[in-house]
Design a protein around this ligand. Structure first.
Ligand code: CAA
Length: 259
């Protein structure tokens, strides 16, 4: 396997740590990054020396979402035929060891969805969560419309998905999206402490606990995510998607025509 370029991988005892490392783009999630992340997660999952995984980003951004530059000109035919943007994200759900998201800074769009695909989230006090896709003329495409309501309830999920506003760490903890909030400079210590505890338990029991909790949580999630994906891809047929993403890249306000 080749050395990853957009992530950093290291271990601390029985804990595997993956750091998203595309800082200039606020860890915007492109195919290469997601492929590297998937490969690193699979390698830790297969490694008997690893009992728990931490996924983290930079101080400023866990991840600011899917890479808008990479998808701005996609058509519906492109994304539907190729299952683009979200295709390689399902790997994360197949990992059987626990993954803790250690989130500081922005976790927006696909970044928020990526954090929610992890088993639990520990947030730094500067964390900001949101699903701002609506501002681009699209909707969340990596499970956000299904996982966010399960995590925070319908009202807050609707509020976030429809207004595109951000939620700070305090609000996210109150709503149940994150399990703990700690000062920024304590984030990795806290996540590592939790991960080392988990990695010290029976790997079999830990895997069973993860699987069982997910059973309670995921009910009809697969149907929901597929439904969401069809809609998400369909939005690449709209003029408003082209306008929303072009406006972002040109650093101007979008002029939506509702077409
Ligand atoms: N894709 C591509 N590039 C991105 C990006 C993204 N999602 N988010 C940020 N960047 C880039 C910016 O374009 C900028 O690049 P340049 O320096 O080359 O201009 C750089 O990262 C720094 O960003 P800003 O200058 O905007 O930083 P800021 O501190 O002023 O604002 C922010 C930070 C509020 C997070 C802002 O960057 C932002 O709104 N980003 C987009 C968030 C978003 O819309 N995410 C959803 C994407 S769609 C999606 O994720 C689909 C899905 O469900 C799978």
């Amino acid at each position: 396997s080749t050395t990853p370029e957009l992530i950093l991988v290291r271990t601390e005892g029985r804990v595997g740590i993956i750091t998203l490392n595309r800082p200039k783009q606020l860890n915007a999630l492109n195919d290469q990054l997601m492929n590297e992340l998937g490969a690193a997660l699979k390698a830790f999952d297969a490694d008997d020396g690893i009992g728990c995984i931490i996924l983290t980003g930079s101080e400023k951004a866990f991840a600011a979402g899917a890479d808008i530059g990479a998808m701005a000109t996609y058509t519906f035919a492109d994304v539907y035929k190729g299952d683009y943007i979200t295709r390689n994200w399902e790997t994360i759900r197949s990992i059987r060891k626990p993954i803790i998201a250690a989130v500081s800074g922005f976790a927006l769009g696909g970044g928020c969805e990526l954090a929610m695909m992890c088993d639990f989230i520990i947030a730094a006090d500067n964390a900001k969560f949101g699903q701002p896709e609506i501002k681009l003329g699209i909707i969340p495409g990596a499970g956000g419309t299904q996982r966010l309501p399960r995590a925070v309830g319908k009202s807050k999920a609707m509020d976030l998905a429809l207004t595109g506003r951000m939620m700070d760490a305090t609000e996210a903890e109150r709503a149940g999206l994150v399990s703990r909030v700690v000062p920024l400079d304590k984030l990795m210590d806290e996540a590592l402490g939790a991960a080392l505890t988990i990695a010290g338990f029976s790997q079999v029991a830990v895997m069973a606990a993860k699987e069982a909790v997910n059973k309670a949580f995921e009910g009809t999630l697969a149907d929901g995510v597929m439904f969401e994906r069809r809609l998400f891809h369909a939005l690449f047929a709209t003029a408003d998607q082209k306008e929303g993403m072009a406006a972002f890249l040109e650093k101007r306000a979008p002029n939506f025509t509702h077409q």
